[in-house]
Design a protein around this ligand. Sequence first.
Ligand SMILES: *[C@@H]1O[C@H](CO)[C@@H](O)[C@H](O)[C@H]1NC(C)=O
Ligand SMILES: *[C@@H]1O[C@H](CO)[C@@H](O)[C@H](O)[C@H]1NC(C)=O
Ligand SMILES: *[C@@H]1O[C@H](CO)[C@@H](O)[C@H](O)[C@H]1NC(C)=O
Ligand SMILES: *[C@@H]1O[C@H](CO)[C@@H](O)[C@H](O)[C@H]1NC(C)=O
Length: 478
Amino acid sequence: MISFGLLFLVPASFCFFTVYSMPTTVHLRNMESFIQAVKQIEDSNPGLSPLTLVRALRSTAGHDDLMTIHFLGASYNLTDAMGILSFSSFSFLDKAIHHIVTDHGEERGVVLVPDGTTVALAPLLLGVESGLRAKIEGKPAIGIFPLTLGRTLGLSFLSLQDFPPSYRLGPNGCWDSVDHPKIFKLSRSPTLATDAVINGGMDGAILGTELSKLPASEQPQALSKILREYYNFILHEGQGLDAVTNHISPKRREISRSILEPLDLHRQVMETLALVWKLESTEWIGLDTGVGEAVKGGLQVFVHRYWDCPQIIPRCQWGAKDYRGTPVPLSLPVQFLYVHHTYEPSSPCLTFPDCSRNMRAMQHFHQEDRGWSDIGYSFVVGSDGYIYEGRGWNHLGRHTRGHNDIGYGVSIIGNYTGTLPSRHAMDLLRHRLARCAVDGGALAANFTMHGHRQAVNYTSCPGDAFFSEIRSWEHFKD
Ligand SMILES: *[C@@H]1O[C@H](CO)[C@@H](O)[C@H](O)[C@H]1NC(C)=O
Ligand SMILES: *[C@@H]1O[C@H](CO)[C@@H](O)[C@H](O)[C@H]1NC(C)=O
Ligand SMILES: *[C@@H]1O[C@H](CO)[C@@H](O)[C@H](O)[C@H]1NC(C)=O
Ligand SMILES: *[C@@H]1O[C@H](CO)[C@@H](O)[C@H](O)[C@H]1NC(C)=O
């Protein structure tokens, strides 16, 4: 059998091109720094088209591989404005965009975005460029899926086809500091499709599709504005994500699913691979009979992990203290899902910093005041669009006295005595987390959902309003 392992893993670790002068200040690897750099270029080049700008960025980062040229043209030929980047911004942008993983497991070319997730800029910008090209040059939108996700997924599935499918994607990682992010370390050995590359690919597919469909009368906004609207939004109290109709980053999984799922992903990935091989004159690779199976198995994991499952913000991201002692393993699958509200904090959290602060406060209370080894809950649902990892899938929690070893305890941040959580937060728990748990083998398919108050006699948790709501949910039993 042909082994593709080395062939495709090599490009992930090549050294990047060092520019003549080092920047004097260390730049933060967050989306805001990137947007500010983009804004500076726009401000010093009035009238600059966003398409010219993304092309200049592609050229800066050296993303002129054969497939990109096939769909978008060579950036060195198309850029009528190479002079728009100053020397120092060139150096910064090259480093910011160029994606690599070092031998030490540090992923570069990625930025921390305000919602607490991490995004690779290259696939994001390729998606935006495809969409802008279609819109501004009046050409059909081509290549959005292959450029943002299709190629990476296909090559990742194939390069690791000798490993179980779950190893062919990911991983996520941790920033050295969420306030001053500089180094992003992956949590295990990388695939070509790290979480950040997939997040950037989803965002690129969403923004590219949206731009390509702008009505004829509407001109695309400046690139900095496009990125700010998607990443730097404000959610309002009382409605949160329920009131949001435009596309924003915490909705990337559901929106990318609605755009891409109707496309027949298996065929799309196979076609993308065939194109890559044709362009690289390596068609012989496609003759291997295992290719179709590798893609099929890989896509099943992709759909489960990135679409069915909600994105879970890992402990390192919210600043968790270590577990005290040794965690006790849970015996899986468990039969019960216990629903809680936190009561205190009593307000739903709407941003990554606020939800993280709430998580740290609850962990502090459980460890210091209660003397427990860790935050009690298995998972906690924010109203920012994300679920926060407590004790996680594999470890015994401390949430529902007498029942901890037979179920997960999941809490929505807020006091739901008189009001309900947002629809979005409830759906994350009811549909996404539950399905993710069942499909992942952590929760029995015929599991029972109970409110905390049904298991013990001393609490009104999860609050009167929320409890009457969950009584109508599937899997709820009296
Ligand atoms: C770039 O432009 C030159 C001259 O205009 C042309 O001959 C060449 O084919 C172009 N290359 C690509 C890759 O588009
Ligand atoms: C929780 O909500 C109830 C009903 O709105 C209210 O009476 C109670 O004081 C609230 N508790 C906290 C801690 O906010
Ligand atoms: C759920 O399914 C398992 C295995 O199929 C079975 O042993 C168990 O009795 C079922 N539990 C309930 C509550 O129906
Ligand atoms: C709670 O109290 C009720 C009535 O006092 C009793 O019937 C029930 O068994 C108790 N439940 C638990 C879990 O202790």
